[in-house]
Design a protein around this ligand. Structure first.
Ligand code: NAP
Ligand code: MG
Length: 493
């Protein structure tokens, strides 16, 4: 498209002639129970507990199911089941034997992919095209990948003596519910540990479907235990005396509480926390591809991504062009029903998260940044937030420092590579960055100076089970994925 054009891409392509017709994903085949408890020692239990909460569909605010809350006694039961399975069985069988189960779980996730994707979208609000094309296939890929390592651990760390840690206590967030469960469970099991895991309160359903898969796969009782509940249940897992390892993904705030709780106990710990990722765009970058990457980096999954590219650092001489193209592209995004196959930006996960985004966006306006939102009609019910871009942002603005965890991009400019690096590193976090440049040498030099665990070159938000993921500074420590991901669950001497 030439620079002389002032029409939006949508106008040029489609004019006023036609809109996208609805393409709703059917849900008739989805069968959910009215009530879910926990999966402990190979049994579905806890349907009689007094304390419960509801999980809702954030796009419709309709209740999907009632969920039991695991108290300390229930968590204790789960840890005992995990210990028994570890001592009596799982730590004793061969890696090849463990691999068989992991392969089976991976294949069953693939077989049930459609159901899992639809339930993920209903429970969490993410667009069906993401659950279908990203979350569920990657969850299966993680099980396949770590199944491959289970009988090759000696080759992963040649010359070293390796040993599983024991029982792992794992707590995960709501932004990639099944995928985060796979990230936690697959490497732990491959390395010979057993687990007790808690999904987030707003997204427990695919974890319960995973429990059914694990049960059907015939995994020995107690190897995987899944308990539901809110923060107190998570704390009961973390603080249990018989846990050998804690793996947590969630907010920096809760991560700090956990780090304090675990200090001095001898429990091994990995933390995957928040982020304030930046896309750095140099004036020699392929601009149109960069614009697509920036859009994907922040609007993918409504910005509910710890490694989201929530800041754009653009070289000053191309800033006007990039910002104009971004605004054009934003106005073509389809916001709304997550179950519509055309939807790009779905529902915000909860009322609480919507309030948090609204408050931070308000602070951006108050502090003097310029806000732009494309015209888009948001649904009347459910939790939605229009894609938002802020210009005239300074590094000290809250929207440049704090994690918004929503579809909100803050734009800053720079003149030299050194200034770009300084600004990119100028947050308490260090999780992810993207660099856009035609010059490989520049890309590698800048990558070397960035304090971020994940750095993409001329792309963004690409994930693969073979590639380690994790942060620096307040984004946490430890790596998940790749051979490094095994280290979190092994003692290597
Ligand atoms: P959160 O409040 O920290 O919750 C994460 C998990 O911890 C949930 O299962 C939560 O239970 C549980 N929890 C809450 N308080 C706890 C406590 N005192 N002890 C033990 N567990 C506790 O975070 P969130 O709001 O769900 O998730 C969003 C945050 O996660 C963002 O900041 C994001 O950056 C971060 N995140 C990081 C990564 C990464 O890989 N680095 C990935 C995804 C998300 P309930 O949900 O039931 O309250
Ligand atoms: Mg829900």
């Amino acid at each position: 498209m030439g620079k002389q054009s002032t029409k939006s891409v949508k106008d040029l392509l489609f004019g006023d002639l036609w809109e996208y017709a609805p393409a709703p994903q059917g849900t008739d085949f989805v069968e959910l129970d009215e009530r879910y408890g926990h999966y402990i020692g190979g049994e579905f239990v806890g349907l009689d507990s007094e304390e419960t909460f509801d999980t809702i569909n954030p796009a419709t605010e309709e209740k999907l199911a009632t969920i039991s809350v695991a108290d300390e006694a229930t968590v204790d039961r789960a840890v005992k089941a995990a210990r028994k399975a570890y001592d009596n069985h799982w730590s004793k069988i061969s890696g090849a034997e463990r691999a068989k189960y992991l392969y089976r779980i991976a294949r069953m996730i693939q077989e049930k992919a459609r159901n899992l994707a639809v339930v993920e979208t209903m429970d969490g609000g993410k667009p069906i095209k993401e659950s279908r094309d990203v979350d569920i296939p990657l969850a299966a890929a993680h099980f396949f990948y770590y199944a491959g390592w289970a009988d090759k651990l000696d080759y992963a760390f040649p010359g070293a003596t390796i040993k599983p840690l024991g029982v792992a206590g794992q707590v995960i967030p709501w932004n990639f519910p099944l995928l985060m469960a796979a990230w936690k469970i697959a490497p732990a099991l491959a390395a010979g540990n057993t687990v007790v895991i808690k999904p987030a309160e707003t997204t427990p359903l695919t974890a319960m479907l995973l429990a059914q898969i694990i049960d059907e796969a015939g995994l020995p009782p107690g190897v995987v235990n899944i308990v539901n509940g809110a923060g107190a249940t998570g704390a009961a897992i973390v603080n249990h005396d018989d846990i050998d390892k804690v793996a947590f993904t969630g907010s920096t705030q809760v991560g700090k509480i956990i780090q304090r709780a675990v200090a001095g106990t001898g429990k091994k710990l990995t933390l995957e926390l928040g982020g304030k990722g930046a896309n750095i765009v140099f004036d020699d970058a392929p601009i149109d591809q960069a614009v697509e990457g920036i859009i994907n980096g922040i609007f993918f999954n409504q910005g509910h991504v710890c490694c989201a590219g929530s800041r754009l650092l653009v070289q000053e001489n191309i800033a006007d062009e990039v910002i104009a193209k971004l605004k054009q592209r934003m106005s073509t995004l389809i916001v709304g029903d997550p179950l519509d196959k055309n939807t790009d930006v779905g529902a915000i996960n909860s009322r609480e998260q919507l309030d948090r985004i609204t408050e931070l966006v308000g602070s951006g306006v108050d502090e003097g940044a310029q806000k732009f939102q494309p015209k888009c009609a948001l649904p009347d019910t459910g939790y939605f937030f229009a894609p938002t871009i802020f210009t005239d942002v300074t590094p000290s603005h809250r929207i440049a420092q704090e994690e918004i965890f929503g579809p909100v991009l803050s734009v800053l400019t720079f003149r030299t590579p050194d200034e770009a690096v300084k600004k990119a590193n100028n947050t308490p976090y260090g999780l992810a960055c993207g660099i856009w440049s035609d010059k490989g040498s520049k890309l590698f030099r800048v990558a070397g100076a960035l304090k971020a665990g994940v750095i993409w070159g001329n792309t963004y938000n690409k994930f693969d089970p073979t590639s380690p993921f994790g942060g620096y500074k307040e984004s946490g420590f430890g790596r998940e994925g790749g051979v490094q991901g095994l280290l979190a669950y092994l003692e290597v001497r």
